[in-house]
Structure formats: C-alpha cells, structure tokens
Design a protein around this ligand. Sequence first.
Ligand code: FES
Length: 100
Amino acid sequence: MFVALERLINLQEGYRKTFQVSGQQLLLLVVDNQPLLIENRCPHQGAPLHSATLEGDVLRCQRHGIEFRLPCGQPIQQGACAGLKVFRLAYEGDRIGIDV
Ligand code: FES
C-alpha cells in the first residue's frame, strides 16, 4: 500500500521533515537534489536525526558526532556503528511516499 508523504513540488534542496508511518519514525530529506528517506534514529544510540548537521553529503549525528555518508548511510569511520536505515521511496502521481 502506498503511503504518500509529500508533494514532489515541495522537495527542494534543504528540505527536511519527519513522519510517522506504521509506528516507524521516518526522516525525509533532500541531499544533492535527491530525496532520501531514512529512519529518524541514529543506529549508534538512537538519537533522532532530524536536527543532525548536514554538510555536503555527510550527516553528523549531534549526540556523539558519528558521521554518515549519504545516500548509502554508512558511517564514515568504519565500524563506528551500523549504517543508517534507508528506505526505498515510491512515487504515485505528484506524490512521493513509501510502500508499506
Ligand atoms: S546516538 Fe548518534 S552518534 Fe551516538
């Protein structure tokens, strides 16, 4: 089932918004003009990532400073923790969303 999250027209560089779908906290953001959907939860110790710092394609969790390369979500420092949980985006009409 497709769950719409946002209108495509609203996805611009710097976009960042959280959603709750099926009990999961999601973070939709635009990086390098590409939409990316990740779990709004740091794989290190669970801090929310909606206030993480984004520099280029590097997302830095504010709690302990682990940095993740986007869009793959892997930590830059290998073995620091697991990678970000990245979800596959789905499209329907003028909406972007997720298939659940
Ligand atoms: S909880 Fe994100 S770096 Fe520790």
